[in-house]
Design a protein around this ligand. Sequence first.
Ligand SMILES: [Zn+2]
Length: 142
Amino acid sequence: MIKYNLFCKNCKNTFDSWFSSSKEYAKLKRHNHINCHECGSLDVEKSLMAPSIISSKVKKAESLKNNKYIKVKNKIKEYQNFVKQNFHYVGDNFAYEARSIHYDNKKNEKGIYGSASKKDIEELKEEGIQTEVIPWIRENDS
Ligand SMILES: [Zn+2]
């Protein structure tokens, strides 16, 4: 869909109209199917301020935003890979494993990572076990 800002030469009215494509607009125009919403005159033209330029700007801004998002996402993934390589994954047992390291002085060459609830983290903190909450992207997240 494409939106054109149309201008009536007869009554100076401007109005927006949607077309499936610029080709469709040209075809309708050629067959005199485009008329002014106000006075019905066929003397209607596309306004000089072509909305296609505006929408392409919007698109650019959006893709710029996406780029930033992708960059941040890649950073998180890099960090994620670092954690995966240097920490031992304990899944949902995080709180339990964190306690056993803390209380049993369990020798662990690697640190651990896993999922913990907010409550778990608060409880660990109260017990003097410092944890780090990190952003995590699941593989199937787009
Ligand atoms: Zn008109």
